[in-house]
Design a binder for this molecule. Structure first.
Ligand code: SAH
Length: 338
């Protein structure tokens, strides 16, 4: 009994001391240089102002939610190897492999196959690698709930925040034109729904994507995390919130760059971050209509840069949503055509 009472007294005294320390002294100490923050982003900015090293260390921390980077030595799931192991010679063989190896809702498989066949016939998908990547990516997860029923319609759809998930045929064409080899370092500007990068993750293990709209970044980041168990290649997609006009210097140079927002010039930082011999594909033109342009960069020994351009869509034009800066204005210099 005595022992218990003594314990209680010690506990009370301990509690009192702890209360003093944690309740009064510590806050007093901290308050000397503490500031109220409501988000991790603000917290990071505070540290950035006071302690650049700490801020840099935080940048890659998924806890902070605004950048997710796959660490350099990390074992990456081999999306391209999975794609190579999938039979695509006949629909039956493919369907049976999908049923045995994937978790996809069977209701969508026939539609996905049909769309891929259309794109093969129209040469919008050319290489078998691209057909495989297209067949592996479940568009139904990236089309948002307000557009149920249109998952495999060959059209762009709104994903909120003024953004769209690109038409599947345009995705197919742009993907094919990049000529991605397993191991290529690929950068996408404009994560949006996440669909394009999901496809890229079956073509290379080294994919990076940047989105400028914060709630959209967060939504798609969460989607990838939720899907990662069934689709482990998404765990290899490094992503960040930011202005893609400046690329991602830390991981440059890139073998391939795909821009999925409209701009009337090639952003110089992106061109700089493209390897020599690398390919960039982008919707190039004024805000109302763009050509889908493929640009190959060559650099001669004397430093002369040569750009070889090809119109991927044979003169047809598309309308992508604008490449914007952080305050929301368009990077395009040309006035909108009405
Ligand atoms: N690849 C996406 C396309 C989304 S639409 C998909 O298929 O879903 C284009 C995206 O580009 C939008 O999400 C838009 O917010 C984003 N964007 C516009 N300007 C940007 C910039 N400066 N940096 C990064 N992303 C940008």
């Amino acid at each position: 009994m005595k022992a218990i009472r003594a314990n209680i007294i010690i506990a009370l005294a301990g509690g009192f001391t702890a209360g003093l320390v944690f309740g009064i002294f510590l806050p007093m100490l901290i308050s000397a240089k503490s500031e109220q923050v409501v988000s991790y982003e603000e917290a990071a900015a505070l540290f950035a102002a006071g302690n650049p090293e700490e801020a840099a260390a935080m940048e890659g921390d998924p806890e902070y939610g605004l950048t997710f980077e796959v660490l350099p030595g990390a074992k990456r799931y081999d999306g391209p190897a999975l794609a190579r192991s999938m039979p695509i010679e006949t629909k039956e063989a493919w369907l049976s492999w999908m049923r045995n190896n994937r978790n996809d809702n069977p209701a969508f498989l026939e539609k996905r196959w049909a769309l891929a066949q259309d794109f093969v016939l129209s040469s919008e998908l050319k290489r078998p690698e691209d057909v495989r990547a297209f067949l592996l990516a479940p568009r139904e997860h990236f089309v948002r709930s307000q557009n149920r029923g249109f998952e495999y319609a060959d059209t762009w759809l709104s994903i909120g925040y003024g953004a769209t998930i690109t038409d599947p045929d345009v995705v197919a064409m742009m993907t094919t034109s990049l000529d991605i080899k397993s191991g290529d370092r690929v950068l996408e500007i404009g994560t949006g729904s996440g669909y394009q990068s999901a496809i890229l993750s079956f073509l290379s293990q080294d994919v990076y994507t940047i989105e400028i709209i914060k709630p959209l970044y967060i939504e798609t980041d969460k989607l990838y995390r939720d899907l990662e168990k069934s689709y482990p290649s998404y765990g290899g997609i490094s992503r960040k919130l930011g202005d893609g006009y400046y690329g991602w210097e830390k991981y440059a140079p890139f073998d391939k760059i795909i821009v999925t927002c409209a701009i009337d010039h090639i952003p110089p930082p992106l061109l700089k971050q493209l390897k020599t011999g690398g390919i960039m594909v982008l919707p190039l033109g004024p805000p109302q209509r763009q050509y889908i342009m493929e640009v190959k960069k060559e650099v001669a020994e004397d430093g002369t840069i040569t750009l070889n351009r090809r119109d991927v869509y044979n003169g047809l034009r598309v309308k992508f949503i604008p490449f914007r800066n952080e305050v929301g204005s368009s990077y395009s210099a040309a006035p909108a055509e009405e």
